[in-house]
Design a protein around this ligand. Structure first.
Ligand SMILES: [Zn+2]
Length: 107
């Protein structure tokens, strides 16, 4: 694992790459040898959410015929008032994909 930070935010001691167990799930982390503070990357936290079933905002890519599909979390659809028939514009971003909804009723 890449060391994404050098020193502990709390006591400024050099952190070390370690394996941490969070609620029974083993994750890669950086641990402070002095105060024991553990630091996780966002991808390790997503892994934790998937393995513990706490994946409200994580969806798996699936297949539908020749297409790859992904289901939307209900909360996202509600927050953005997305309905079947609306459009989504994909924008590539350095850290992922942004989907901008366009409502069919606005045409
Ligand atoms: Zn520390």
């Amino acid at each position: 694992m890449k060391k994404f930070m050098k020193t502990c935010h709390k006591c400024k001691t050099d952190v070390k790459v370690a394996k941490c167990t969070k609620e029974g799930v083993e994750l890669n982390c950086l641990r402070c040898p002095k105060c024991g503070e553990e630091y996780f990357t966002s991808s390790e936290l997503v892994k934790f959410d998937i393995l513990t079933g706490k994946r409200k905002m994580v969806r798996k890519f699936g297949n539908l015929g020749d297409s790859v599909v992904i289901r939307f979390p209900a909360q996202v659809l509600k927050d953005h008032k997305i309905k079947p028939g609306d459009y989504g514009v994909f924008e590539n971003r350095p850290d992922g994909i942004l989907i901008k909804p366009i409502h069919a009723k606005d045409f």
